[in-house]
Design a binder for this molecule. Structure first.
Ligand SMILES: [Zn+2]
Length: 397
C-alpha cells in the first residue's frame, strides 16, 4: 500500500506515536497470568497497542487499599509484585517493550521499534508514609506517582467525600516532602484523584510540571474525578498536561447513570470469578455488551473543552484501559486510537495539534521532568520478586 492510499489519521499515527499516560493492564498479568506481550482479552496488550500506534505507555501499579490493613509492607510488596510484572514483560518481549526511565531511553525504545514503557504507581499508600519506599520504587524504574487514589491518606486528601478528621484539608508537610523528593529524583507528579485543595497545594509545592494522567472536564460533567476550569488553567500555568480519560462514567452524566443502572442488575451482581481482577474483567465485558453505547465524540468534547481552557499545549490522553469498566464506542481497546485521531481531525483540529494531544505534550513533560536528578541517568536496579500469585482486589477506576 502506498502512503497516499492511507487515511490522514493513519498517516498521522505513522509519524506520531501515541503516548497513553495511564493504563492498568499489569494486574491481568499478575493475577490472571495473561502475557501482555501476546494478544489477550481486556483492553490493552503490546500486540494491539503496536497495531494501534502506541509509542509510549505508563503502566501503573495500583494496589487495592485493603492491602494496607494486612500490615506493614503489604501495600509496598504488592506494588513490587506488580512492578516485577512490568520488568518480566519487558524481559520476555524486548522487541515489543523497553523500560523508558527518561526521555532519552524513550527515544531509544522507539528507535528499536519497541513501545516505551514507563512504570507508574497509582496511589501514595504504596509508599506507606516512608520516603525510603519512594526511593526504592524509583530505583526499580518507577517514574510516575499518582499521589493519591480514592482512599484518603494521612498526608493528602483525595477527591472523594468522607475524609475523616485525621485527613488534612489538602496536603501536609509529609505530602510536600513527597512532592519535593519526586522533583529531585526526576519523577512525574500525577494529580488525578487528588482533592481540589490538594491539587492546588501540589502546584504550589512542585518545581516541575505535573500531569493529571486520567481525568475529564467538570464543566462538561460534574464528576468528582474531573477538573474544574480553574484547575485546567492552573495546570497550564504550571506547564503541565491533562490526559483526557476514556471512562464512560466520567465523560457524561447519562453514561454514568447507564453504568450505575447495569451495575444494579441481578446478572451483574451474580458475576463471579477466582479473584477480583477476573471478576472486574467479566463485569467490564458485561457492561460493554449491555449498556447503551457512549459516542467517541464525547471524548472529543472533553479534549476540545480542555484545549479551549488550558490551551493546545496542555492536553493529552490517559485512557485508563483495563482500569475502567467499559469504553466509549470506537475506543474499545488499544488498537483503536486511530479512531480518536480521525474524529479530532474531523472536528477541525490541525494535524500538528492532534499530534500534541495524542503524543508530544505528555512527551514534553516526561522528558523535562526526567532530564534532571537521578532519572537523567539510565541506571536501573534489578528487581527480584517471585512470580507472585493472585491477590484479591476490588473495583478500581
Ligand atoms: Zn484512577
Amino acid at each position: 500500500m502506498t502512503n497516499a492510499s492511507l487515511s490522514p489519521a493513519t498517516q498521522l499515527l505513522a509519524r506520531t506515536q501515541v503516548f497513553d499516560a495511564h493504563v492498568d493492564s499489569l494486574q491481568r498479568q499478575l493475577d490472571l497470568g495473561h502475557d501482555l506481550g501476546t494478544e489477550t482479552v481486556g483492553h490493552l496488550d503490546l500486540v494491539r497497542g503496536a497495531r494501534g500506534g502506541l509509542g509510549t505507555v505508563v503502566l501503573v501499579n495500583w494496589v487495592d487499599p485493603k492491602h494496607i490493613a494486612l500490615g506493614e509492607n503489604a501495600a509496598r510488596d504488592r506494588t513490587l509484585a506488580l512492578l516485577g510484572e512490568f520488568h518480566r514483560l519487558a524481559a520476555r518481549h524486548p522487541q515489543a517493550l523497553r523500560w523508558a526511565g527518561n526521555g532519552e531511553l524513550q527515544r531509544a525504545a522507539h528507535a528499536r521499534g519497541a513501545i516505551a514503557g514507563i512504570p507508574g504507581i497509582e496511589g501514595g499508600h504504596s509508599i506507606e508514609e516512608n520516603l525510603d519506599n519512594l526511593h526504592r520504587f524509583f530505583e526499580h524504574g518507577v517514574r510516575v506517582l499518582t499521589l493519591v487514589w480514592n482512599n484518603h491518606l494521612s498526608w493528602i486528601r483525595s477527591c472523594q467525600s468522607g475524609a475523616g478528621a485525621h485527613v488534612p484539608d489538602g496536603i501536609n508537610d509529609f505530602g510536600r516532602s513527597v512532592v519535593r523528593a519526586m522533583n529531585e529524583l526526576g519523577m512525574v507528579v500525577d494529580v488525578s484523584h487528588a482533592g481540589e485543595k490538594s491539587f492546588f497545594d501540589i502546584l504550589d509545592t512542585t518545581s516541575r510540571p505535573v500531569i493529571a494522567s486520567h481525568s475529564g472536564c467538570k464543566t462538561l460533567h460534574g464528576h468528582q474525578r474531573n477538573l474544574t476550569d480553574a484547575q485546567l488553567r492552573a495546570l497550564a500555568a504550571n506547564g503541565g498536561v491533562v490526559g483526557v480519560v476514556f471512562c464512560t462514567a466520567f465523560l457524561k452524566d447519562e453514561a454514568q447513570a447507564e453504568d450505575a443502572r447495569w451495575r444494579e442488575s441481578p446478572e451483574y451482581k451474580a458475576i463471579q470469578g477466582p479473584n477480583d481482577t477476573d471478576v472486574f474483567l467479566r463485569q467490564g465485558e458485561y457492561l460493554q455488551q449491555k449498556a447503551a453505547p457512549l459516542s467517541i465524540e464525547t471524548v472529543v468534547d472533553h479534549i476540545t473543552h480542555a484545549v479551549d481552557i488550558a490551551g493546545i499545549d496542555h492536553v493529552g490522553i490517559g485512557s485508563d484501559y483495563d482500569g475502567i469498566g467499559r469504553t466509549p464506542q470506537g475506543l474499545e481497546d488499544a488498537s483503536c486510537y486511530v479512531n480518536l485521531v480521525e474524529r479530532l481531525l474531523a472536528r477541525g483540529f490541525r494535524t500538528d495539534d492532534v499530534s500534541k494531544v495524542m503524543s508530544t505534550n505528555m512527551q514534553r513533560v516526561f522528558t523535562a521532568v526526567t532530564s534532571s536528578g537521578a532519572a537523567s541517568t539510565a541506571r536501573l536496579e534489578p528487581l527480584r520478586t517471585p512470580a507472585a500469585g493472585s491477590t484479591a482486589r476490588t473495583r478500581h477506576l
